[in-house]
Design a protein around this ligand. Structure first.
Ligand code: ATP
Ligand code: MG
Length: 309
């Protein structure tokens, strides 16, 4: 196994008496798109800000590219790119002027800067907008310009904090294709998202809640680790069926999904008997074939379990 490009251990950040990030540990492997998930306030941005050197940790360690991220920051920082949750683009400059400005901060100049700016803007499919003010761009275009600006210095590790929030599904796909190209160039990416379709495309995920790591691994193994199967029952009596289903011991959860009840059952269980009992109670419904849990199911499960605990 090659050495991970990023290794985080015991990372903690307190704000007064409040602990926003608590004893967090994970690794990002070379060439990986690593997804960072968790509800609002989970501590995702705080973690990224510590790893990018914008915020000092209260305690913990992080190694990147074989160096200590907190004590040898200067040697590592040049190889890191960061796109913050709030766009850092200057809205009253044009696209090209923004990239020239940020390229200058990275120490690029002259012909090298000009060619890198053109390469990135073309790669992100925003070259034709180079003379527009950033303020005039759509959200999707703006995010791709921000990605271009975060990668001008060809970083080896890229931190993207909710890069696709507010971006439509088509442009979101474009953004992910751009990320794939960056990985093909040799970058490793840590990305936060609230979009579980995107999370499914990540090589591995960390799910954090209340600043703590709750689940960590490949999307598929995380879903399998739940040990559940999901069955959707289509019915006009969805509210009553939901409460009736909850009274059966094998029903681990029953949530409403439009005019359906989505049941969570133990993975190996044959559901016919349960469905018969519900029909005998007077419910009419159409049962869709059982399916493995989705990341959304996992997300809901983790949040609910944390509330109970
Ligand atoms: N400078 C600060 N001072 C005090 N509390 C802070 C500070 N920065 C963050 N927090 C708190 O830390 C917690 C985690 O915030 P953070 O921004 O990391 O969450 P997040 O997972 O990125 O959420 P979101 O999905 O909404 O972006 C929140 O409760 C937030 O209020
Ligand atoms: Mg955030």
């Amino acid at each position: 196994m090659p050495e991970p490009v990023l290794e985080v251990k015991g990372l903690t950040r307190r704000f007064g008496a409040f602990t926003a990030v608590s004893d967090l540990g994970f690794e990002v492997q070379a060439g990986e798109i690593f997804g960072f998930l968790g509800p609002n306030g989970a501590g995702k941005s705080t973690t990224i800000r510590m790893l990018c050197g914008v915020l000092a940790p209260s305690s913990g360690e992080a190694r990147a590219l074989g160096r200590n991220l907190f004590t040898e920051a200067d040697q590592v920082r040049a190889h890191m790119g960061y796109m913050s949750q709030k766009s850092s683009l200057l809205t009253d400059l044009t696209v090209a002027e923004n990239l020239q400005f940020f390229g200058g901060l990275y120490g690029l100049e002259g012909r090298a800067l000009a060619s890198e700016v053109e390469f990135r803007l073309r790669e992100m499919q925003v070259w034709e907008h180079r003379d527009l003010l950033v303020a005039a761009l759509s959200t999707g275009e703006r995010q791709r310009v921000a990605l271009a600006s975060a990668t001008l210095h060809r970083p080896r590790i890229l931190f993207l904090d909710e890069p696709t929030s507010g971006v439509d599904p088509l442009r979101r796909r474009l953004f992910w294709e751009a990320m794939d190209e960056l990985v093909a160039e040799g970058m490793s990416i840590l990305v936060t998202t609230h979009n579980l379709g995107e999370a499914d495309q990540c090589d591995r995920l960390a799910f954090i809640l209340g600043g703590k790591l709750m689940a960590y691994g490949r999307p598929r193994s995380l879903k399998e680790s739940l040990g559940r199967q999901m069955i959707e029952l289509r019915t006009e009596q969805f509210r009553d069926l939901q409460s009736a289903a909850r009274a059966h011991p094998e029903v681990l959860a029953a949530v409403l999904l439009g005019r359906s009840v989505r049941l969570s059952l133990p993975a190996g269980l044959e559901p016919a008997d349960l469905l018969n009992r519900l029909r005998l109670e007077g419910f009419a419904f159409e049962a869709l074939p059982p399916e493995p849990p989705s990341l959304e199911d996992l997300f809901v499960d983790l949040v609910q379990r944390a509330r109970v605990a």
